[in-house]
Design a protein. Structure first.
Length: 332
């Protein structure tokens, strides 16, 4: 019995040592702090939402972090955005105020951009920002406040009182309250679909619709079309269905098709992936990059039709289509 007790005590002591060492290493590396999730209405909580469940970073960057293709960079980014959004909001408020015939503050502009993003669309971008307090993103009023405080902190001072005094905040509370109270029935495809089969269709290069040739999910896929890693977390199923069956109905900013005719008669169509003083880079629908010297270009024109094929309804069976939808719905 004494030997058993001694062995048990020894095992406990060894475990305690390993736990202590683990805690010390975690503390030194800052792991304990990174595991804490900010809560409440404050810039820290807003930052967590912006880079997390709010999915803001899928369309916006702050400086060199994020994905500012569909939406403007909210930090400092060259000559296009020399000031962060906390400063830039002043000028935007003035422009929106002139449009609405009102005197607006920077706080008004920030709240309005989340209450109804169609009220002000930045020049060069499209009216395609989802309403974040509606599904599938579904941020609460407090969540929106926290995000706005985080955005105010980008070059400015967070001011919750100013945000809550905004007339757009009252409209947001009323609209979000009605949204919560309403007994809405979520739209669903009429067949459930098999997400595993849909994933196979998406990634198989030999499938009739090899989506991954142009779209990325996680670290796999092409870069021609928009990244779809969290598409179901930002867009509802109706939007996804339309994007597949009618890809030219709404073309995401930064993914418009261009047609280039060179002086030697070559025609190159695709998405513009880069441009400098000397050349233009076009990615065709196979993902091949064409760097075309500008002195070799006869004509270059933006197209109204997406380079994404619009015959998916002919290529996919009804079952395959619903399998593909089922997979896309898992991308939260």
């Amino acid at each position: 019995m004494n030997a058993f007790v001694k062995a048990a005590l020894f095992a406990v002591a060894v475990c305690a040592v390993y736990i202590y060492i683990g805690e010390v290493i975690t503390d030194i590396s800052g792991g304990a702090k990174s595991a804490v999730t900010a809560k409440g209405i404050n810039p820290e909580a807003g930052e967590a939402i912006f880079w997390g469940r709010g999915k803001c970073h899928t369309c916006h960057s702050i400086g060199d972090r994020g994905s500012a293709i569909r939406g403007p960079n909210l930090g400092v980014h060259g000559s296009d955005f020399p000031e962060p959004i906390g400063v830039r909001a002043e000028a935007r408020a003035k422009e929106l105020g002139q449009k609405l015939g009102k005197t607006l503050t920077a706080a008004d502009y920030l709240v309005s951009s989340h209450f109804d993003p169609s009220l002000y669309v930045v020049n060069g971008y499209k009216n395609e920002m989802p309403t974040v307090w509606k599904p599938p993103i579904g941020l609460s009023v407090d969540d929106v406040l926290a995000v706005d405080l985080y955005l105010q902190s980008q070059g400015g001072e967070p001011n919750q009182e100013a945000l809550m005094k905004s007339p757009f905040f009252e409209q947001l509370k009323k609209a979000a309250g009605s949204q919560t109270a309403a007994a809405t029935v979520a739209f669903k495809p009429y067949l459930p679909g098999d997400p595993e089969k849909g994933k196979e269709i998406f990634f198989d290069p030999n499938s009739k619709t090899p989506c991954a040739k142009c779209h990325t999910v996680g670290d796999k896929g092409g870069k021609v079309g928009p990244e779809l890693t969290s598409i179901a977390g930002t867009r509802d199923i109706q939007y996804i269905i339309e994007s597949i069956l009618e890809p030219s109905a709404q073309i995401a900013s930064g993914y418009e098709a261009w047609l280039v005719m060179t002086k030697d008669g070559q025609m190159i169509a695709g998405v513009k992936k880069g441009e400098d003083a000397a050349s233009v880079t076009i990615a065709d629908n196979e993902g091949t990059l064409h760097k075309i010297p500008k002195d070799k270009i006869e004509k270059m024109k933006q197209q109204t039709k997406s380079i994404m094929p619009d015959n998916f309804r002919d290529l996919l069976s009804v079952e395959d289509f619903h399998d593909l939808l089922a997979y896309l719905e898992t991308l939260q």
